[in-house]
Design a protein around this ligand. Structure first.
Ligand SMILES: *[C@@H]1O[C@H](CO)[C@@H](O)[C@H](O)[C@H]1NC(C)=O
Ligand SMILES: *[C@@H]1O[C@H](CO)[C@@H](O)[C@H](O)[C@H]1NC(C)=O
Length: 372
């Protein structure tokens, strides 16, 4: 055990010891250490693939691959409420909603739409809807911009409101500006540089998860190689950021403190970087139950990672599944951080009590002196 870990362990033990003592004095901290949320919602044949948290309306917006629609899932007094949100006649019932990204600044939700019935003409599009009126405010078809097969998969929005979308088959990134004008943003040999495919089953599944970092770049995952790339928005330079492979990497989210969470059907990774994502470190890895097939992760209110159980493996088998889950996950590192905060609060408490007792003793002495 490293000395640092030892210190941390004893802090955690100390934290728990003091927590019992502190139950009545600082319940907010105790609350943060326990109780992870699991939201089970009912919607027959929904089979979601992506979602995001709409913080202004306190709801999850979840896209359906089977219905080609968006629903809103919220928790009201411990009850789960499911509401239809958008059913766009241009593609609902015909194509799948894949990526979902809430753009709070512009009060809209951006979705990636792809037709998974390959007997039909290709259909790849990006659409955006107002979070209040649900009105469509942007729609852009991406087919025909560049020859070759395309699967739009995930979307991200930068500070100016440009949308960036991954093309999983074409291994490039589209850009759609605020006016809805679409173009190929970046195509790079770096995307095919680490050509070691980690699983034959997903050999064709290339660029997938995409997130915007306020440092002026995108972080992009690639499922078949498990690679993570940094794409500079001004220079369009593409950089391979990680030596290790995040096998079958799917959805990603940047957390409040700047760390990155990546999810696959059976794993969840926490990554950090000290070099503005030129290199990255895997801090922790959690195992997930592959049968529920997690495909997306989001950061809700900072340090609360929620994953989406898609059950997509059942979708093609004529399943009538009607229960799906959104589940909160916590890395051990985060509970350690909670413990550190607990210690800080306890130390402050002790200092204040000591100072107060010292003061009281002082006053008492003065008082006794006066009496004498
Ligand atoms: C796919 O499209 C074809 C042609 O329109 C149609 O006949 C078929 O039923 C569709 N398949 C599914 C699974 O919807
Ligand atoms: C994974 O989930 C399936 C279906 O819900 C369940 O039957 C199985 O026991 C789970 N496996 C583990 C290791 O928890």
């Amino acid at each position: 055990m490293t000395p640092r870990l030892q210190t941390l362990m004893s802090m955690v033990v100390l934290g728990f010891g003091c927590m019992i003592m502190c139950l009545s004095c600082c319940p907010a901290v105790v609350h943060a250490v326990q109780g992870l949320m699991k939201i089970t919602y009912k919607y027959e044949g929904h089979f979601p693939e992506s979602f995001d948290w709409d913080k202004s309306h306190r709801r999850f917006l979840v896209g359906s691959t089977a219905k080609g629609s968006l629903i809103a899932v919220s928790v009201v007094d411990e009850f789960v409420e499911v509401k239809d949100f958008v059913e766009d006649p241009d593609y609902a019932g015909k194509a799948a909603v894949l990526g979902v990204c809430v753009d709070s600044i512009r009060n809209r939700v951006v979705v990636a739409v792809h037709n998974i019935n390959y007997s039909k003409p290709p259909f790849n599009a990006v659409a955006a809807y107002d979070l209040d009126s649900k009105k469509r405010i942007l729609f852009a078809r991406l087919d025909g911009i560049r020859a070759g097969e395309s699967v739009i998969n995930d979307v991200a929005v930068d500070a100016e409101g440009n949308i960036f979308a991954t093309n999983t088959l074409g291994n490039y990134i589209w850009k759609i500006n605020l006016q809805g004008e679409a173009s190929v943003f970046v195509e790079s040999p770096v995307f095919s540089f680490p050509s070691v495919v980690v699983s034959a089953k997903i050999a064709a599944v290339g660029l997938n998860g995409i997130v915007y970092h306020t440092g002026g770049y995108l972080l992009v995952g690639q499922s078949n190689t498990g690679s993570l790339f940094k794409v500079d928005l001004s220079t369009k330079e593409v950089h391979l950021t990680l030596k290790e492979s995040l096998k079958a990497a799917d959805g990603m989210a940047i957390r409040k403190g700047g760390s990155l969470v990546v999810v696959s059907a059976d794993k969840m990774w926490l990554l950090t970087s000290k070099s503005d994502w030129m290199t990255a470190t895997i801090e922790e890895e959690l195992s997930l139950n592959a049968s529920s097939f997690a495909t997306a992760v989001i950061d809700k209110d900072g340090y609360h990672s929620f994953i989406l159980h898609s059950y997509l493996t059942e979708a093609g088998e004529g399943s009538d599944r009607d229960l799906f889950e959104i589940e909160e996950k916590q890395f051990i590192k985060d509970t350690e951080d909670d413990a550190v905060w607990l210690i800080v609060i306890i130390v402050l408490f002790v200092v204040i009590i000591t100072a107060w007792r010292f003061q009281m003793a002082h006053f008492y002495k003065q008082y006794r002196k006066k009496q004498v």
